[in-house]
Design a protein around this ligand. Structure first.
Ligand SMILES: *Cc1c(COP(=O)(O)O)cnc(C)c1O
Length: 402
């Protein structure tokens, strides 16, 4: 259990004060311990620190006070979590969560609508090590049941998924996974710890890219893995990270931990803005289709609202392309006409960012796979920021009629 005197307090208090461990200087804000090593009073103390008789900081690849404050604070914000380890990026978190437990001969079942680097790990890298990886349509429970009819080591999924915002039924898939003996790892980046609590819905491990909403201002890379089993953390994940070294920089940890202090306020504004933008787009004649879990028109709206408290910050939509216009040219013309919203492939930023997944983030997928996931020429993904929503709607409206 992450030791935290603030743990008994309520969520909003924990996100501001969790993990706070003041130095002898009694600073108000958390100290930034930009140090790789630590000194010992004696050779004997060093020996005891290495053989486990003493529990103290030894080397920042293993543990660092600023990183630990971030980990303890995030643990207090993730319902159902007992501990957390931070990593250098979201991808390091996902890769470590999988690799720390898998071995040759194991089987992994995953939803196919994944962040592109996650798809790369599951479909390309794991098989190189003799790990069987099976991809299913995450929205289809029959496919999950069929794939999980044989013993399986891990289930990996993302919900809502990037970029088309498909929802996976967490309680049902977790139940099927556990019957197959699998541990369930959820990439909860799009929902953030504020909107969805996978560990309380049956998942075993949650991964974050702190780069996204946790930083929330597009500055630093980072990741985190949270668990509900302390033994798994100590024996599998913490050991893997300690020995392989994808450590977060203490400076980045400090930025992320300050980000946590305002995460619920920012998520509230992100969601409020995104819902208003989604409603505007849905009613606009130049738009063919909007994908947003917070809209009743989303095919899984009810499920989304059962497991998430709001629809999130990301919207996907298709531009209407009247023939004989070329779909890509029409879509690019809209993107290039935006004057406020930036063309960028990041998400979860204070600034609204828009991207064309087919030619950027999901470019590497085969044509078949793009079609299967609904990643078309006219699809764009919008990460709605914290600006005045009237300005965002104005910018979108002007660009759509340009
Ligand atoms: C960004 C992202 C990641 C990877 O995080 P990095 O910090 O960029 O390594 C993984 N999953 C999802 C859903 C993401 O959006």
């Amino acid at each position: 259990m992450a030791d935290d005197p603030q743990r008994s307090r309520r969520l909003r208090t924990r996100q501001v004060r969790g993990g706070l461990d003041r130095s002898k200087f009694c600073e108000t804000a958390e100290a930034l311990y930009l140090t790789s090593g630590y000194v010992y009073d004696s050779a004997e103390e060093a020996e005891e620190s290495f053989d486990g008789r003493r529990n103290r900081y030894v080397y920042s690849r293993f543990k660092n006070p600023t990183i630990r404050t971030f980990e303890v604070r995030l643990t207090g914000m993730e319902e159902g979590a007992v501990d957390c380890r931070a990593t250098a990026s979201g991808m390091a978190a996902v890769f470590a969560a999988l690799m720390c437990m898998l071995k040759t001969g194991d089987r992994v079942v995953s939803s196919r609508a994944l962040f592109s680097s996650c798809a790369y790990i599951v479909a390309d890298y794991l098989p190189r090590f003799g790990i069987t990886s099976v991809l299913v349509d995450g929205t289809d429970l029959d496919q999950w049941a069929a794939a999980l009819a044989v013993p399986t080591a891990a289930v990996f999924l993302e919900t809502p998924s990037n970029p088309t915002l498909q929802i996976v039924d967490l309680p049902k898939v977790c139940e099927l996974a556990h019957q197959a003996g699998a541990l369930v790892i959820v990439d909860n980046v799009l929902a953030s710890p504020i909107l969805q609590h996978p560990l309380t819905l049956g998942a075993d491990v949650v991964c974050y890219s702190a780069t996204k909403h946790i930083d929330g201002q597009g500055r630093t890379l980072g990741g985190a893995v949270l668990v509900k089993d302390q033994v798994w953390m100590d024996e599998k994940l913490a050991m893997f990270l300690r020995q392989t070294g994808p450590a977060l920089s203490p400076f980045n940890a400090w930025v992320h931990l300050k980000g946590l202090e305002t995460l619920d306020l920012r998520m509230e504004r992100h969601c409020e803005n995104a819902l208003a933008v989604a409603r505007f787009l849905e009613a606009h004649p130049a738009i063919a289709r909007v994908f947003y879990p917070g809209l009743p028109s989303h095919p899984q709206h009810e499920l989304a609202m059962r497991q998430m408290s709001h629809g999130g910050s990301v919207i996907a939509f298709e531009i209407a392309v009247p023939p004989p216009e070329n779909p890509r040219e029409r879509t690019y013309r809209f993107l290039d006409a935006l004057r406020l919203i930036d063309i960028s492939n990041n998400l979860g930023d204070a600034k609204s960012l828009i991207t064309h997944p087919l030619t950027t983030t999901h470019q590497r997928l085969s044509a078949d796979e793009k079609a299967r996931q609904g990643i078309t020429e006219e699809l764009v993904r919008l990460s709605v920021g914290l600006e005045d929503v009237a300005d965002l709607i104005e910018d979108l409206g002007e660009a759509l009629t340009a």
